[in-house]
Write a protein that binds this ligand. Structure first.
Ligand code: CFM
Length: 551
């Protein structure tokens, strides 16, 4: 365990977590309570420094108000959405396309050459109507692909299936193949119907598979740069990828492709030529890293650019991997140059944030990563959880061999990937890899969130609104981090609420400059008394009060 992790393990103050857990499930019917009990865990180290087991990536009980999204959201909205030069056509009713259109604030820096496309400002949809639902939508899809091609002449078109497409059985892949031949550009489809899997996590997997099958490996040109990496699972929300790219450039590290923030299809096609894959969001993209390693021999390591210390640590890991004195020196020089401004901001702010307490309930990686930034401010994480992550994101990848594959996961295709006979090129010899591992560089590993969380903190998978309300009542945290669906109900409790998906119009929060932005934002939020003055109507008029189970 790291120094910072150990400093977190003093028991958290406040109500007894076991009793809170009992209360969280007390009003549920017995079957639901049994299920939720396995998803609500008091984080206590077991013998051998083992964290307790948590149940994750399982169906939400109907009736519980979940934070989760759907498979289509994970595929189109999350993984493919941030790529500027693919025309992404949603095959379905208009709402799916509209509500997945730029709501995530993924930014891009389009190149301004005549063929430097940026389609992110457009929303493409087949706008299915009753007629297509009854008689089939393949014809309309074909027309839509043709129309998109005629108007925009893109390099690639991707098609995303929504729920009704799966229900009526349109064969989007056949249409894509036909149009690929007819138009002579890359056209590929994603069977990411919203109902597949138990959350958007299934959509990530489907997105990873198809992008690997149809795009990665199409361009073998080895570009310039001595230290060539891919950044996987960085979606450039609020400009995070821009800040990471800035730091990489200063260090002399070349980004071949970012999956998929500030990215282009050409970069994906060439990404297998990189010498190292860096995984930022493990949940959404680890499949691409695994497949790229098997097929092309590119090793992967887990990094994290959320938090100034974490950024410095991640840069040092990259330097350790390439094991080049000049790079190591440059990395150290960049860290030395960047950290004083971060330290100055932290020193000024920390007396006002020290000892404050946060709760984080976000997707599949930020609930972990942002604990770093709070720690830098002297704040503690009382409770955290993911919407849709799997056990490995909680407990670490060591649990993977024992994870049960249920019917919902079995529904999602596992690609059978093997070594490319011509292009597999191990980047390091087994002896070199072993020497690096011996020095502490962990390959293909992620320790997960729970080992770094305080003793006695509650880890809650797929938290419901009922549980959120009760957690706020019991602990009164100084700040709560989640998404837009939760925002207003949390503020009505008088608690400041920070969106960690879209960043509430703020950011970037990654890297060194991002850390300073975050410190300032959190200082402003936890030290503003405005939310405490707010009285919801039912607090002054009890007859308006909803009758909550614990009242
Ligand atoms: Fe990965 Fe993400 Fe996240 Fe995620 Fe998401 Fe997101 Fe997220 Mo919202 S890819 S898991 S599916 S870091 S959109 S940029 S913020 S839930 S914690």
């Amino acid at each position: 365990m790291t120094e910072t992790a150990r400093s977190q393990t003093a028991p958290i103050e406040g109500p007894d977590p076991e009793k809170v857990k009992a209360e969280l499930i007390a009003k549920y019917p017995p079957k639901v309570a049994r299920k939720r009990a396995k998803q609500i865990i008091v984080n206590r180290l077991e013998p051998g420094d083992k964290v307790p087991e948590i149940n994750a990536n399982v169906r939400t009980v109907p009736g519980l108000m979940s934070q989760r999204g759907c498979c289509y959201a994970g595929c189109k909205g999350v993984v493919l959405g941030p790529t500027r030069d693919i025309v992404n056509i949603t095959h379905g009713p208009i709402g799916c396309g509209f509500y997945s259109w730029l709501t995530r604030r993924n930014q891009t820096d389009p190149d301004t050459t005549p063929d430097g496309h940026n389609f992110m400002t457009y929303c493409f949809s087949t706008d299915m109507q009753e007629k297509e639902i009854i008689f089939g939508g393949e014809k309309k899809l074909k027309q839509a692909i043709q129309e998109a091609y005629d108007n925009f002449k893109p390099k690639a078109i991707a098609v995303f299936a929504t729920c009704p497409v799966g229900l009526i059985g349109d064969d989007i892949h056949a249409v894509c193949r036909e149009m690929k031949d007819a138009l002579g550009i890359n056209v590929f489809g994603f069977s990411c119907e919203g109902y597949k899997g138990v959350s958007q996590s299934a959509g990530h997997h489907i997105a990873n598979n198809q992008i690997f099958k149809h795009v990665v490996g199409l361009d073998d040109t080895i570009g310039a740069g001595e230290f060539r990496v891919n950044l996987l699972g960085e979606y450039n929300i609020g400009g995070d990828a821009f800040e990471i790219e800035r730091i990489f450039e200063k260090c002399g590290i070349t980004t071949v492709a970012t999956f998929s923030g500030n990215s282009s299809i050409d970069a994906f096609a060439n990404s297998h030529t990189a010498d190292l894959n860096l995984i930022m969001c493990h949940r959404s993209i680890n499949y691409v890293a695994e497949m790229m390693e098997k097929k092309f021999g590119v090793p992967w390591i887990k990094i994290n650019f959320i938090g100034a210390e974490a950024t410095a640590k991640s840069l040092r890991k990259i330097a350790a991997y390439f094991d080049d004195p000049a790079l190591t020196e440059r990395v150290e020089a960049v860290i030395a140059e960047e950290l004083p401004a971060v330290q100055a901001a932290r020193d000024a702010i920390r007396p006002r944030t020290e000892g404050k307490r946060a709760m984080l309930f976000v997707g599949g990686s930020r609930a972990h990563h942002y604990q770093e930034l709070f720690r830098e401010l002297g704040m503690r994480t009382l409770s955290a959880g993911y919407e849709f992550a799997h056990r490995d994101d909680y407990e670490g990848r060591k649990v993977l061999p024992g994870v049960k594959v249920d019917a919902d996961s079995r529904n999602i295709e596992e690609l059978d990937v093997c070594q490319d006979p011509d292009r597999y090129r191990p980047r390091k010899t087994p002896a070199e890899l072993a020497a690096l591992s011996a020095k502490g560089l962990e390959f293909k590993d992620y320790q997960g969130m729970m080992p770094e969380m305080p003793e006695g903190s509650l880890v809650i998978d797929d938290i419901s609104q009922f549980e959120t309300d009760l957690m706020i009542e019991k602990y009164r945290p100084d700040i709560f981090c989640a998404g837009i669906k939760e925002k207003y109900m949390i503020q009505k409790h008088g608690i400041p609420m920070k969106q960690l998906h879209s960043y509430d119009y703020g950011g970037p929060y990654a890297g060194f400059k991002g850390a300073v932005n975050f410190y300032r934002e959190i200082d402003r939020m936890v030290n503003s008394r405005v939310w405490g003055y707010l009285k919801a109507p039912w607090q002054t008029n009890p007859e308006l009060a909803a009758t909550y189970a614990w009242e």
